[in-house]
Design a protein around this ligand. Structure first.
Ligand code: TMP
Length: 206
């Protein structure tokens, strides 16, 4: 099973992914967690470039889309598909929907063109279940400290992040069979329990 977590910056995805992975492992499942961009040797270098680690460089939104998808392509081929083929549950911290939300709704690139890039990069791999941790964009940004902030959090304005958050909601509404939306402001234990039961139900459906 391939599960992805999406949401605005600061929505608490990494904490919830850790808790879900622990829960599934305790139930006897093999679980692999990955993060985007990154997760492979090539992907980590692309990540450093994209997030401006070691000094931000100018990157236009189309180049952003291609770099995120180059990292994604490597991750799919090298890590995700082989793990799924072994029967491992893969949980990804961001996947293709982040390109649609950030480069599409955020930066204004056409969604159909981005979908073509994504389909090429992933060779058609789509998640079985996508968890949206929803919260107002400004609350997410406020949760992140100055040091932990990426080029996207520093370099784009509040309106950009609001469009991203709205974009995620629109994507979830358009494909309700794949998405489950949760209020990221809920206490983290309660949220973890709700996510675990949504994943349990989705597993039964498969
Ligand atoms: P994160 O590791 O904190 O999630 O940072 C990744 C940043 O990159 C985040 O601000 C979202 C952004 N991003 C995109 O703009 N497009 C993408 O396709 C992905 C995966 C992430």
């Amino acid at each position: 099973m391939f599960i992805t977590f999406e949401g605005p910056d600061g929505s608490g995805k990494s904490t919830q992914i850790l808790l879900l992975a622990e829960h599934l492992r305790a139930a006897g499942r093999e679980v692999l967690t990955v993060r985007e961009p990154g997760g492979t040797a090539a992907g980590e270098r692309i990540r450093a470039l994209l997030l401006g680690e070691g000094g931000a460089v100018e990157i236009n939104p189309r180049a952003d889309a291609l770099l995120f998808n180059a990292s994604r392509s490597q991750l799919v081929a090298e890590v995700i598909r082989p793990a799924l083929a072994r029967g491992t549950t893969v949980i990804a911290d961001r996947f293709a929907d982040s390109t649609l939300a950030y480069q599409g709704y955020g930066s204004g690139l056409p969604l159909d063109e981005l979908r073509a890039v994504i389909s090429f990069a992933t060779a058609g791999l789509t998640p079985d279940l996508t968890v949206l941790l929803d919260l107002p964009a400004e609350e997410g940004l406020a949760r992140k400290s100055g040091d932990g902030r990426t080029r996207f959090e520093e370099g784009f304005d509040a309106a950009f992040h609001t469009r991203v958050a709205e974009g995620f909601r629109a994507l979830a509404a358009a494909e309700p069979a794949r998405w489950r939306t949760f209020d990221a402001r809920r206490p983290k234990g309660e949220l973890a329990d709700e996510i675990a039961s949504a994943v349990g139900l989705a597993t039964l459906r498969q």
